[in-house]
Design a binder for this molecule. Structure first.
Ligand code: SF4
Length: 389
């Protein structure tokens, strides 16, 4: 990138001007990671100061049986496969109850598109979970699942969301977004929920008062222009509804360790490498700069590793996915040594050691507890530093 364009983009960011599609592509073309980080950190600090938000949640997958076979997915199983599972409702409740001692505030539930489970199962699970854990917020189902519920129930998304909210649903999850551009999407997504339905369902949730997350799966066969397009679609929708609370870039992962049957389910890994840490940091930074009307950008540390998660806090990120005690979708495909359990104390230390102030939040991003700011450099030098894998 030539110095003139760099100055022009810098001036726009510092003046708070909205960036264009061309600006986004130019930012991705820059190799000056430090410069990108500085710009994104400026915007992140304007919006969120030195805060890093987190919440104490548990991820629960009620079933891994799925009618679709998305090309990047190592989680799905077909009915009858050896490690296919579907939880009975009491089993799901028992698993959730195991987390009570962790002062759990949120359950994050996503699932395969099960071919024969009836629609009634889903509100029933929510009601039972809510009865067992009344103080826990339920963040459940992707827009893809809601569209699936339309198909299996014959009801509209409007009626489905009403019933799920009545059963205790606090928010949808942000998944199913992947990359919206059809040029890429047709090669990686096998279900029927694309931009039109995904955006319709989130906009509906926003009109009903929900704050929802939005994700983007990057680092596979897409190009930076597809990432820019993805964010600009979301930014436009956000202008209309204001209902997105957070944007979560998710790094595509290869299927290194498949379970007992030794099958590799991920069909695109022969065609792609995975995004490097530098590419991930760039993606966080450009996303923060382009998606100017979303309040938060999140790093889901399970997919990035803890060191990249700490670094991401200087590249536009102000939210870390919380105290995950068990997470199956990623860890069916992961052999990076990233722990799959993280508790409140670990997360606090991770944030303090990166130089930020931890803030515990709830599902709607209300502050639950503000912690002390990060210790000073002199205070930190007095203690041996922890090395995060
Ligand atoms: S990504 Fe979701 S919808 Fe696609 S195959 Fe995997 S579980 Fe099924």
């Amino acid at each position: 990138m030539d110095a003139g364009l760099k100055r022009e983009l810098e001036a726009k960011v510092y003046a708070g001007e909205r960036l264009t599609r061309e600006d986004g592509i130019a930012l991705y073309e820059s190799d000056d990671l430090v410069w990108l980080g500085r710009l994104a950190h400026h915007r992140r600090t304007e919006l969120n100061g030195e805060r890093v938000m987190f919440n104490v949640n548990r991820h629960l997958n009620l079933t891994n049986v799925c009618s679709a076979s998305c090309a990047y997915c190592s989680f799905q199983r077909k009915p009858g496969e050896k490690d296919a599972y579907t939880m009975r409702i009491d089993e799901a409740v028992r698993k959730a109850k195991e987390m009570e001692d962790e002062q759990l505030t949120e359950l994050h539930i996503v699932n395969g598109l099960h071919p024969t489970l009836p629609w009634r199962y889903y509100p029933k699970v929510l009601r039972e979970l809510k009865a067992a854990l009344p103080n826990v917020k339920l963040k459940c189902f992707t827009a893809t699942e809601v569209q699936w519920f339309e198909k299996i129930s014959g009801l509209s998304a409007d009626a489905i969301l009403d019933e799920l909210m009545d059963a205790g649903l606090e928010s949808l999850t942000g998944g199913g977004a992947e990359i919206f551009d059809w040029e890429v999407r047709q090669h990686i997504v096998d279900h029927e929920c694309h931009w039109e339905d995904w955006s319709r369902i989130h906009a509906l949730a926003h009109r009903k008062g929900m704050k929802t997350p939005a994700t983007m799966l990057y680092g596979h066969i897409e190009e930076p222009r597809h990432r820019v397009d993805h964010v600009l679609r979301l930014r436009e929708l956000q202008d209309e509804t204001g209902g997105f609370a957070v944007f979560i870039p998710l790094r595509y992962q290869h299927d290194f360790v498949d379970s007992a049957d030794g099958k590799i389910r991920n069909r695109i890994q022969a065609r792609t490498t995975m995004a490097s840490p530098a590419e991930s940091l760039k993606t966080f930074a450009v996303s923060r700069l382009l998606f100017d009307n979303v309040p938060h950008v999140k790093c889901f540390w399970v997919m990035h590793g803890l060191s990249v998660a700490q670094l991401s806090l200087n590249f536009g990120v102000d939210d870390l996915d919380g105290s995950v005690v068990e997470y199956k979708i990623t860890h069916d495909a992961d052999s990076y040594g990233t722990p799959n359990t993280m508790h409140r104390e670990d997360l606090l230390n991770l944030i303090w050691e990166a130089g930020f102030r931890p803030v515990e939040r709830d599902t709607r991003y209300n502050v639950v507890r503000e912690y002390d700011p990060a210790p000073t450099l002199a205070e930190r030098r007095a203690e041996p530093q922890q090395v995060w894998a």
